[in-house]
Ligand binder design. Sequence first.
Ligand code: GDP
Ligand code: MG
Length: 600
Amino acid sequence: IPPERIRNFSIIAHIDHGKSTLADRLLELTGVISKTGKNKQVLDKLKVERERGITVKAQSVSMFYEHKGQRYLMNLIDTPGHVDFSYEVSRSLAACQGTILLVDAAQGIQAQTVANFYLAFGEGLSVIPMLNKVDLPTAEPERAAKQIESAFEIEADRILKISAKTGLGVEQVLPAVIEQTPPPSGSEDKPFKALLFDTWYDTYVGVVCLMAVKDGSIRRGDKIVSSHSGTKYEVMEVGVMHPEQTPTTQLRVGQVGYIVCNMKSIAEAHVGDTFYRDKFPVEALPGFVPAKSMVFAGVFPIDAGEFDRLNESIQKLTLNDSSVSVHKETSAALGQGWRLGFLGTLHMDVFRQRLEEEYDTNILITSPTVPYQIKYRDGTFKFIRTPADFPDANVMNDYVESTMEPFVTSTLIFPEKYLGSMLELCTAHRGELQNHTFIDESRVMLKCRLPMAEIVTDFFDKLKSKSQGFASFDYEEAGYDASDLVKMEVLLNGEAVDALAAVMHKSSVVVAGREIASRLKDVIRRQLFDIIIQTTANGKIVARETVKQLRKNVTAKCYGGDITRKMKLLNKQKEGKKRLKRIGKVDLPHEAFLTIVKRA
Ligand code: GDP
Ligand code: MG
C-alpha cells in the first residue's frame, strides 16, 4: 500500500467519553476482531486498565479499510485519557497526522478535552471532532457541538454524531478520518528513518520497539543504528499490531509497526529516539522531553523479611513503565524500602494496584509528596525528594536563600452555579485565579495557578464533592516558584521519628501539626512513663500532647500474694512488648504506627 493510502490517527477524549468503545467498534468494522458483542475495550490490555476503565499504556493497531474502491491502511494509535499520562499522549500524537476528538454528547466538553485538544493542535494534527453517546436520553448534541465551536473554533455542522455503543453512525468514522487526515509525508526512496515512540518487554521476543517509519523501509536482517546512543542493532523481526504482534516481510514509509532487534534491556530503547540504516545516517527527529516524576512516595514491605521479593516485583513492573523512578530509601522506623517517583497520583495508584496484584502481600505506601527545590545563597540548587533531604534549621538560616515548590496551571470546567464553591476551593488551596470564561450560556472554564502539592492529596475528591461530580479538572506543569516551606518533624519524648517528617507550606503547619499530634495520642498506648508528643517546624514547637503514664501497676491485682501468678503476668507483659516497634525510646505498636504513616 502506497503512503497516499495510509492514515495514522488517534482518538483523544476526556476519560469515559468512549474512546476504547469506539476503538472496539472500528476493530470489528474492519474485521480485526470478530463481532461477538463481547468485545470490551480490546486495546486495554492491562488488568488494571480493564478494572479501572482507564487506558494506561498506549496501544496501537493496524486495520485495512475499503473506501471509494481503494484499500487503505489505517493505523490507530490509542492514547491514555488521563492527565497523568499526557506525556504518553504527546508521544503517541507524534506518530499521527490526525486525531478524532471524541466528546460525550451528554457531558459536553470537559477539562481533559481541552487539554488534549491543545496537545494535538500544538503537534499540528488535523482534529476531527465527533460527538459520542448520542443514544443517551440525556444527550444534548446541539449544545455540545456549540461548545466545541466556541472553544476550538470548529464549525458545528462538521461534527459527526455517533454512538460507539450501539454502532450508530460509526460507519462514517473512518471515511471522515480518510478525508480529513493528510497521508504521512516522507519518501520511499530516501534512507530509512524511524521514530521510536513506544516500547515494551515481551516474554517471548524481548524488547519490542514501536516505530513510525518516516522515510524508506526496513526488513528482517537489516542493520539499524540508534541516533541517541550510536549502538548498532540487527533487525530480528518486523511487523504490525493486528491487534497482536503480527510479523510482516517489511515496514515501509508511512507505516507504524514494531521492530524486534537485539536489544538486551528496555533501557536501551529511548522513546523519542530516531533510528537509521547502518552507514546511512540521517538528521534525528526532535526527541521528547523525558517524563518528570511529580509525585513521590515511600514504599516499604510491612514484613522486613519480604524485602527481596518486593524488590523483584518492583523491578519487574518498572521494566514496562520507565516513567516510574526508583531510589532506595532507609527509614529508622520502617526499615529498608524505596522512594518511587510517579507522573501523578493516578499513576501512583495504578502502580500500587499492579504491585499489590503482582506481589500479593501488604505493602506500606507513605503519603505522597512533590519534588521541592532549595536555592542556596551560593547559587546552587538541590532537589528534595524526601523530607530527610530538607536542610535543618541551622542550615536554613545560614545558607539557604529560598525554598521553591512546583506549580501547575489548572483548567476546571463546571456548571455556573458552582462558580462560588470552585473559587473557594482554589483559594483554600493557595490557588491564584487567572481567568474564567463561559464556554456556553451556563458552563464556566476557570484557569487557576495552584501549587502541585495542593493537588496531590484530596483536591480531586473535594472538587468532585463540592460540585456534585459535575466539575472536571486537568493541569499542566507551570514551573517552580519561591514559597515559604518548612519541615515538620514529630518528636516522641524528644526523639524525631523520621517516617513522620514532612515538608509543607508554612501556612499548613499548625493544622497539620495539631492533627498528627492528636492522632498519635489516640494510637499510642499508655506506658510506665509519660510520653510527650511534639510537632515542630524549623525547630519551633507547633503542637504538643501528652500520653499520661500508666498508673495502675500490672501486678496490683495479685494482692501481693501469689508469686507464680505475678511471674505469669509479667511474662505476658514481656511478650506483648516484643510485638511493639521501638520508636525512639517509646514503644509504639507497629500497626498503630502504620495507620499514621499510611496515606489518608
Ligand atoms: P474511555 O475512558 O474514553 O476509553 O471510555 P470507554 O470506552 O471505556 O467508555 C466509558 C463508558 O461509556 C463505558 O461504560 C461504555 O460502555 C460507555 N459508552 C461508550 N460509548 C457509549 C455510547 O455511545 N453510548 C452509551 N450509552 N454509552 C457508551
Ligand atoms: Mg479507555
